[in-house]
Write a protein that binds this ligand. Sequence first.
Ligand code: NAX
Ligand code: ADP
Ligand code: K
Length: 499
Amino acid sequence: MFSAHTVSVVREAEYALMARVPDGALMRRAAAGLAAECVRLLPRVYGSRVVLLVGGGDNGGDALYAGALLAARGAAVRALLAGGSAHEGGVGALRSAGGRVRKFADGEADGAEMFDADLIVDGLVGIGGRGGLREPHAALAVLASNAPVPVVAVDVPSGVDADTGEVVGAAVRADATVTFGTHKPGLFVDPGAERAGRVRLADIGLGPELPGPGLVCPQAVDIASLLPTPGAESDKYRRGVLAVRAGSDPYRGAAVLCVGGALRTGVGMVRFGGGKGVADQVIGRWPEAVADFRDPQSSTDLSPGRVAAAVIGPGRGTHPANADELRALLDSDVPVLVDADGLTLLTGDGGGPLAGLLRERTAHTLLTPHAGELARLLDADRADVEARRLEHAARAADRFRCTVLLKGSTTVVAHPGAPAVANPTGTPLLATAGSGDVLAGSVGALLASGLPAREAAMCGAYLHGRAASLARGGAPISASDLLDALPLAVAELSRSRRV
Ligand SMILES: NC(=O)C1=CN([C@@H]2O[C@H](COP(=O)(O)OP(=O)(O)OC[C@H]3O[C@@H](n4cnc5c(N)ncnc54)[C@H](O)[C@@H]3O)[C@@H](O)[C@H]2O)[C@@H](O)CC1
Ligand SMILES: Nc1ncnc2c1ncn2[C@@H]1O[C@H](COP(=O)(O)OP(=O)(O)O)[C@@H](O)[C@H]1O
Ligand SMILES: [K+]
């Protein structure tokens, strides 16, 4: 599990560590880690051309000391200083090692050194960056991103907010980022994650000073250890029965995809509740599902003994009868996942009785909105939700006192009082109709297997993203392809558990 800490936490930890180590030791450790990554990225060090982009703070200092280490090994290192001042010790070290330093003039559009370089090191701003990049930093960031040369970012790509991943205006697009002491949340959450490239953590001895993380990014082994596996004594009831309330006459496919997502993730049984037209379609595709034609609003089917969890919403409709159905589910003691039309009902909940029920629930509850749905739930702007995904998911989790999985370019999971989760898997190919219905079924299956909502959400999002990558080897996929690939993703994780 990768851990990330916010800037204020990192600063506090750094102060505590600095009190115990000699002056300048941390920067030298950081520079050594950065230089090692540069060596990995260069075809060879001796005779290579390295350009450092250097801002006025310690981020620039790291770049300068790393440049000095490379210059000492025979690289031709040039530093372009953005602004009037730069870390004095770093400038001195680079010059002593044979590197050259020049100021990048305001309004200069050239930066020719960059286009001839073998590597560009982005030391414009790190965790001290505030707001969008100013000039000449912004111009340098654009030139570096356009040069056909690998870029390594120091601590965070300049222009990316380290805490949120937000990008306002120009930002460096790095091939690799060397981050110090701990990961920063913005390296795992888009749009920042997309700018960071491959992220490597350089140890500067900060670990003992750090409290628990603010955000985690689970890896295959973490998901594998959470994933329920049937044991010798398992039967279909012990493995978990999932109630699916998805689909309606106009949207029958949503029911088929949601039930399929559950079955292909692994569940004891799916009980599908809905009208005859849609139920026939579900059973036609998935004969192993059990169709329930009883009044869907009746809560008699919702005792925890009968079903272990329920999914409601995909393609279900937003009529008053659907609101009654949702109310009955929220009123039960069964873990519930609310998606799509279920979220719309929550949004249009005049006076908030449904939201009130949500807040009072003691059973696990999970909302799975995309950015548009979350914006409506919070009465916020969709663009703001996409720019600052963690903040908005956390706000919804606090407001509704439940777990929130926000879908999109980076899927994030928020749960009151627990570290946020950034999902590392997935591809933009997932942006295709019906893939959210598959996710809802898949996460529902994990809830029914007994995982708590936060863990079910992180496992389901991980599997869904892996399934998309495995489905057609990078070619476009449809939601149905995801169903075929989900078992491959589960099997891949099972293998990683055995290693
Ligand atoms: N504090 C420590 O113990 C350590 C810090 N380290 C490095 O130090 C960095 C933090 O250094 P600083 O606190 O000096 O901060 P930074 O160097 O990240 O940024 C501050 C500088 O950037 C300028 N700046 C801020 N926002 C800007 C914007 N939007 N446009 C243009 N210029 C902007 C400021 O005027 C200032 O000159 C870390 O990211 C890391 O690279 C490492 O050396 C490890 C140890
Ligand atoms: N740009 C993207 N990159 C990665 N995943 C994405 C992207 N856009 C959407 N997704 C994923 O695709 C799925 C789409 O779900 P959703 O928006 O509910 O669509 P639908 O309602 O058509 O099923 C979600 O799992 C989401 O995280
Ligand atoms: K940087």
